[in-house]
Design a protein. Structure first.
Length: 139
């Protein structure tokens, strides 16, 4: 069985943002030489997410609006975690709700995604570099 590891780095300028990483993950699958297997994509930070969804216009803005309404950043003093001096408690909760990682099938050397599925990096506490692990195993 083959194993391949690659790190992607993102530095989003705002606190919340999303990046379509499908092309980068597809490139890693090609580099791996794996024809049949699995690809794990996960952020190596507790305030970020990786998820699969559509890249339809407005949808990412809807996610931001929804999560900010459900788990608002302000007032920061309303979150116990922020008593530590940090101001990112909401980012931890948003990550928990959106999820941590995506596990994707590889078939015939390509990501086996549905017709509209794309892979996204979701940032909940940005403004600094963060890493995403792409781990591929298979034959």
């Amino acid at each position: 069985m083959k194993s391949y590891r690659k790190e992607l780095t993102f530095h989003l300028p705002k606190r919340i943002g999303f990046v379509n990483v499908t092309a980068e993950v597809e490139a890693a699958v090609r580099e791996s030489g794996v024809a049949e297997g699995l690809c794990l994509v996960n952020p190596m930070h507790i305030t970020a997410s990786v998820f699969v969804n559509d890249d339809e216009r407005g949808l990412l803005a809807d996610f931001e609006r929804f999560f900010e309404a459900l788990v608002p950043h302000e007032p920061v003093r309303s979150w116990r975690h922020n008593d530590t001096g940090e101001e990112n408690a909401d980012a931890h909760v948003k990550r928990q709700l959106m999820g941590r990682e995506a596990v994707l099938a590889i078939t015939a050397g390509r990501l086996d995604l549905g017709p509209w599925e794309q892979v996204f990096y979701g940032e909940w506490d940005g403004r600094r570099p963060k890493r995403v692990l792409v781990k591929i195993i298979g034959e």
